[in-house]
Design a protein around this ligand. Structure first.
Ligand code: FE
Length: 157
């Protein structure tokens, strides 16, 4: 009987912990309706971040940006990439060989334009960032190809 009671208590604690964890994960997510996004983003930002558009190569503010700091999501300010992993890919878009943390960037198969590509999105607000390609430099061999307009920059102090 004592064993059974202990088991029930452990079960309750586990369930409570799980619920708390789920709530914390949900709290981190930023969810807005498309009309809310349309009012808080500039039209050019909305077209890329919410409608998965692509800015013209060599036109964005960060493709040739070399300051030390952190690149954050332009829609929700989530920290996404460090300047330490930024490199010159020659493509005209800001390119990184890794995300700040793998969990901060969602990957999704994208079949648009007759190509199979991997779309990358901000894990917190699910705004479109760009695409992930397997032709990056070592050590990862990955290229996170990101639209400048999907990013803001926080300079290192
Ligand atoms: Fe975001």
């Amino acid at each position: 009987m004592r064993y059974f009671t202990a088991l029930i208590i452990i079960l309750i604690i586990t369930l409570y912990g799980q619920e708390k964890q789920d709530k914390e994960t949900m709290a981190k997510k930023v969810t807005k309706s498309e009309s809310e996004w349309a009012t808080c983003l500039m039209p050019d930002e909305y077209r890329v971040l919410r409608e998965k558009g692509t800015e013209m190569a060599f036109t964005g503010k960060y493709f040739n940006h070399k300051d030390d700091g952190t690149y954050i999501c332009a829609a929700c300010d989530y920290e996404l990439f460090s300047s330490n992993t930024k490199y010159d890919s020659g493509t005209g878009w800001p390119s990184f060989y890794a995300a700040l943390d793998k969990d901060r960037v969602l990957e999704k198969t994208d079949n648009a334009l007759g190509m199979i590509r991997t779309e990358i999105l901000c894990a917190r607000c699910e705004s479109h960032l760009g695409h992930l390609f397997p032709d990056g430099p070592r050590p990862s061999g990955l290229r996170y190809c990101v639209n400048s307009i999907s990013l803001d920059f926080k300079k290192a102090e």
